[in-house]
Design a protein. Structure first.
Ligand code: 13P
Length: 252
């Protein structure tokens, strides 16, 4: 049985006091069993405080990006070693907003995934197609390329530890969720690609989240699908009650 992962991606939202209050309000409420992991992906300036407030609880704190180099002349960037140093455990990599708005390439994402493992951080690797690509029947080939390029050079065990988030770009922040069948079809395909490229065992073990307008009202249906092992949630993860409901759905 793959352990589910429910991750809230706050993006560029919240201030320090409300972020800490969110963690204080949710850390005792997230289920502690072995069915689900709960992760909060917060802006850089709040990470140290959130790691501190989440201490002793099951809530994990993630960064939303990082550079792939360990240190050096990269003004404005944050390194994997810095994230590790402050107690961050997960990192979102290759989110479509970073690919689109900040010109991240598959090659950079691949370097970041390697860097994450080199610093003991669990990568949440995002992939997904645009609406035009879906309408052109390119979804599977786009996602396949993104997955192959991002995972290139990883060991079997590293691939097993990677969390892949399938986020169709047309479903992000639009209220248009992919149907559970559409989401599962792509997640199942990603699993096949991993099995073929890496190993059958890695295909079985890799956890695949769906992301794109997930909310308490639709998460049960998404999680009932064979190949969806969790969710990466934007808007609906900003409120503590809603986030707790999403994690509770993962523990059912
Ligand atoms: O991009 C997302 C999570 O990374 C999804 O955002 P929404 O849940 O707001 O659609």
């Amino acid at each position: 049985m793959r352990k589910r992962v429910i991750a809230g991606n706050w993006k560029m939202n919240k201030f320090l006091s409300e972020s800490v209050k969110f963690v204080e309000d949710t850390k005792e409420k997230v289920p502690t069993g072995d069915k689900v992991e709960a992760v909060v992906c917060a802006p850089y300036p709040f990470l140290t405080s959130l790691v501190e407030s989440a201490k002793g609880s099951k809530l994990q704190i993630a960064a939303q990006n990082m550079h792939f180099e360990e240190s050096g002349a990269f003004t404005g960037e944050v390194s994997p070693a810095m994230l590790k140093d402050i107690g961050v455990t997960y990192v979102v990599l290759g989110h479509s907003e970073r690919r689109e708005l900040f010109a991240e390439t598959d090659e950079m994402v691949n370097k970041k995934v390697h860097a994450a493992f080199n610093h003991d951080l669990t990568p949440i690797l995002c992939v997904g197609e645009t609406l035009a690509q879906r309408e052109n029947n390119e979804t599977m080939s786009i996602v396949e390329d993104q997955v192959k390029l991002a995972l290139e050079g990883l060991t079997d065990d590293q691939v097993k530890e990677t969390i892949i988030a399938y986020e169709p770009i047309w479903a992000i922040g639009t209220g248009k969720t992919a149907t559970s069948a559409q989401a599962n079809e792509v997640c199942a395909y990603i699993r096949k690609v991993v099995a073929a490229e890496v190993s059958t065992e890695a295909g079985e073990a890799v956890r695949i989240q769906y992301g794109g307008s997930v909310k308490p009202a639709n998460i049960d249906e998404l999680l009932s699908q064979s190949d969806i092992d969790g969710a990466l949630v934007g808007g609906a993860s900003l409120e503590a009650d809603s986030f707790v409901q999403l994690v509770e759905a993962g523990a059912k």
